[in-house]
Ligand binder design. Sequence first.
Ligand code: SAM
Ligand code: SF4
Length: 345
Amino acid sequence: MQTDAVSTIAQLPSSELIDPFGRPVTYLRVSVTDRCDFRCVYCMSEHMTFLPKRDLLSLEELDRLCSAFVAKGVAKLRITGGEPLVRKNIMWLFKALSRHLDSGQLEELTLTTNGSQLPRYANDLKACGVERINISLDTLKPDLFKAITRWGDFNTVMDGVEAAEKAGIRLKFNAVALKGVNEDEFEEMVRFAHGRGADLTLIETMPLGDIDGDRTDQYLPLSIVRARLMDRFTLEDIDYKTGGPARYVRVKETGGRIGFITPMTHNFCESCNRVRLTCTGTLYMCLGRDDAADLRAPLRANVDDAALYDAIDAAIAKKPKGHDFIIERGRNKPAVARHMSVTGG
Ligand code: SAM
Ligand code: SF4
């Protein structure tokens, strides 16, 4: 009897951070820079204005903030951006955060990257305890890769994929579904990812931040992609959950998984366990809303963390129930003014 009680308690998330809807916040995504060495068409305009460098938190401050969340029960940290690996001396932060893996307080330290810097950093990441990373890859055609990313080089990213595999890091690929751009490639991308033992997650474009074009031109509902994939593969619904918004299927023919992230066609908010921290210390409680809390002021005002803990608690108490994205033709403003590269994808 007592054993049952103990095991039930052990299964409950241990986070102190419970939002008003009873959801434990166990996952923090941290954007360490809004800058990037690519200019993906759906993400930012080619002549993007970045934050002045002086507004950025230092790496030491980011470490202190992340550590405060870990102390409060966050078990998973994802470093993102912008392109996180272009931030100067970024390995210092990974090394510093890896102490929470060693202590057992943190279950996972991970990364979302465009892959361009992986040839240089894959081994260092692995040495810091990074076991799994997400690589964004929207096409397997080098010319189209250049057209989508504007500044990226496909072969460098492929070298990065190889470097990560060699380092023993598990990969997941993320692809944004873009109407008339990469929509004929998903079968090949499934084979590419699954052939490497990696999952593939497909993402709908979200109306975040101004870009050079109109997002209605890019928006491709994943319901259509899924239906087309079903002509090629046998998709089996599975109950695989990563704590994230993706709904997974298993592909019978390859044995691999496909995740579908459909903020536009399906509301994934009910199981949301995450909050997002920007590189200026602003905490967003929801990707799709403007509710935010400034953690930089309490961080800088005090050498001890008491005020910071209070500010984190107050922010979590304001986490909204969900978002309501829409992409409408003729609506020339994005649903949320911040780019994904600011909030962290
Ligand atoms: N630079 C890194 C990368 O590309 O993986 C990390 C940051 S990026 C903002 C994170 C993810 O957000 C990428 O997979 C990217 O494709 C996705 N993303 C960016 N803007 C988006 C948008 N408006 N809608 C949907 N996904 C977007
Ligand atoms: Fe850079 Fe990632 Fe945005 Fe592409 S999606 S521009 S790689 S931040």
